[in-house]
Write a protein that binds this ligand. Structure first.
Ligand code: AMP
Length: 190
């Protein structure tokens, strides 16, 4: 019975649109990490190589220009951000929560629903004038991606765009990002 279920569901994924495939694989986890949040768990996507390849293609298709580098936001932004940077043959740069990067960093503090958070980037990771793409798995309020944009600009580089696998459209995150770049790609919207 289990075999039948797998053999019927997996081949049909590639016949679906990329957005439908992503939505079919994402697992909603209610009340994680706190009550009231429905966490969009992308880990089942990582178990499906064909979908991973389609996601990289989809993110690439959204680019208006080839960037000079991609910054990926901790931690799920590292997964597809690194694949995409490798495919484009450009550097990949990590943005992490405060205190995790070993070398000298620049920081950006941004507002959360309650309180603030700080993200960091190595101070020598981008060159002045570079066009840099920001990637994360999911766009919610846009605060984290906007902090990434500020770190890019603080190094004298330009934000060439943003790309995400998932957008929670009802949180209007794009409004925060549009002033940095209007090239915003989201492969699946809720
Ligand atoms: P925000 O700064 O509000 O746009 O939040 C985006 C960051 O929080 C991303 O790194 C996401 O991975 C994570 N995040 C926020 N909300 C969710 C959610 N409902 N499910 C999964 N990840 C989320």
């Amino acid at each position: 019975m289990l075999f039948l279920k797998i053999s019927l569901s997996l081949p049909s994924l590639h016949l679906m649109s990329l957005e439908s495939t992503i939505k079919a694989l994402i697992r909603d986890v209610p009340d994680f990490p706190k009550p009231g949040i429905v966490f969009k768990d992308i880990t089942p996507i990582l178990e499906n190589q064909e979908t991973c390849n389609r996601i990289v293609e989809g993110l690439m298709n959204g680019l208006q220009m080839k960037p000079d580098a991609i910054v990926g936001i901790e931690s799920r932004g590292f997964l597809f951000g690194f694949l995409l940077a490798n495919k484009l043959n450009i550097p990949f740069v990590l943005i992490r929560k405060a205190g995790k990067l070993p070398y000298k960093t620049i920081q950006c503090e941004y507002a959360l629903e309650y309180g603030t958070a700080v993200v960091e980037m190595h101070e020598d990771s981008l060159k002045k004038g570079w066009n840099v793409l920001v990637h994360d798995d999911l766009l919610a309020t846009g605060g984290t991606a906007e902090a990434a944009a500020r770190l890019i600009q603080a190094q004298g580089a330009n934000v060439s765009g943003f790309c995400f696998i998932v957008e929670l459209e009802f949180l209007n995150g794009k409004q925060k990002l549009i002033k940095h770049s209007n090239n915003i790609t989201c492969l699946a919207q809720y």
